[in-house]
Design a protein around this ligand. Structure first.
Ligand SMILES: *Cc1c(COP(=O)(O)O)cnc(C)c1O
Length: 365
């Protein structure tokens, strides 16, 4: 048995015929950018999330930076974000010249709500909430704090397609929900793609204009925009994937529930689920003291694993300019040293799941 940390071929082959027929139809249509497939996907995804509007974009990073650009957040402004976020979250902030203000995560790996207010200054314009590893953050509390301080709330849902908090879908609590459809996400395309959802109609229209060179009518340019369009081929693939998203998320959940009830090793800390939160299990992240030893052990047992993420943004070379030293965010740094994501993918076979459990349970014995 040889188990990869992640593989996308099984998720493809399950619906292969549908994907191939839709791809051929898109290829043969003669229309490849900004057409019917995208229009339909935008309607269907808005409907799925419960948001009024969805605008397709070229990537998750584009969704983030264009959001901050359109909210007027830039040079000198501060945006609060959890310190253990993925690097793209931070780049979405800094691409407009705004400054990320890091806040430590809670034990669920999400923004520690009790530490947000201490980080707010006169320059704070927004809170970027990242529903990390698929688990919904405590949005009602974050919205309460944001209202009190008159801040925008942007949700990064690149790992939380379909996750709810108190029955409401992530991405619909704040001003804008940002999604990536990178192939390995819960809702993945076969290339790069992204989108935003919002209930704000005029803001949605600004996204429509901005993504297409600032043009509402062909060759009439209202603003200096960009090129960030979700193409017809990817949109047609996403429409198929979206039909099965709940089923795919349920499958991930069943695998993780098996892990939760069968992994039993005092060296391995299993993930916690917060009250009222739902996870769509983008990753199954455990923690252990000697993580690198554990990772090597798994490798030698033919079990793949991935570290999400080994270097927190404040210590990454890209952000050396922010001037942070090791020790600035001890909880985040501890997580970076201890986390490990176990194999998890759609189409994972029962004997593969059982084998992972067996190997994890044997560790250190
Ligand atoms: C994947 C991801 C992104 C970036 O999405 P891309 O489509 O790769 O640009 C942003 N934030 C989070 C939390 C992600 O997981």
């Amino acid at each position: 048995m040889n188990i990869q940390a992640n593989r996308l071929d099984r998720g493809f082959s399950r619906y292969q015929q549908e994907f191939e027929e839709a791809a051929l139809k898109a290829l043969r249509s003669g229309w490849y950018i900004l057409g019917n497939e995208l229009n339909e996907f935008e309607k269907e995804f808005a409907n799925y999330t419960g948001a009024k509007h969805c605008v397709g974009l070229a990537s998750g990073l584009d969704a983030l930076w264009i959001t901050f650009r359109l909210l007027g957040i830039g040079e000198g402004d501060e945006v609060i974000v959890q310190a253990n976020a993925y690097i793209a979250c931070v780049m979405g902030i800094t691409m407009n010249g705004a400054i990320p203000i890091f806040v430590e995560p809670d034990k669920y790996f999400n923004l520690d709500v009790s530490k947000i207010e201490m980080a707010i200054t006169v320059k704070t314009k927004a809170i970027l909430v990242v529903h990390l590893y698929g688990q919904a953050s405590n949005m009602p509390e974050i919205i309460r704090i944001a209202k009190k301080h008159n801040l925008y709330v942007v949700e990064d849902c690149a790992q939380s397609h379909g996750a709810h908090f108190n029955g409401q879908m992530t991405g619909t609590f704040g001003d804008v929900g940002c999604f990536s459809f990178y192939p390995s996400k819960n809702l993945g395309a076969f290339g790069d793609a992204g989108a935003i959802v919002t209930n704000n109609e005029s803001l949605a229209n600004e996204f429509l204009v901005y993504r297409n060179y600032g043009s509402e009518k062909r060759y009439y340019n209202k603003v200096v925009g960009t090129n960030s369009r979700l193409d017809e081929l990817q949109a047609s693939m996403l429409r198929i994937r979206l039909k099965y998203l709940n089923e795919l998320n349920d499958e991930r959940k069943r695998i993780c529930e098996y892990y939760l009830s069968h992994i039993s090793n005092s060296l391995i800390k299993l993930p916690d689920i917060a009250m009222n939160a739902e996870s769509v299990w983008h990753q199954f992240v455990v923690m252990t003291e000697e993580r690198d030893r554990f990772k090597k052990y798994l490798e030698s047992s033919n079990v793949g694993s991935i570290i999400h993420y080994p270097i927190p943004p404040h210590l990454s070379e890209a952000y050396a300019g922010l001037g942070y030293k090791k020790g600035a965010f001890p909880i985040t740094e501890k997580y970076a040293d201890k986390v490990l994501s176990l194999p998890l993918y759609n189409g994972m076979m029962e004997e593969e799941i059982r084998y992972v459990v067996l190997m994890v349970n044997e560790y250190g014995k």
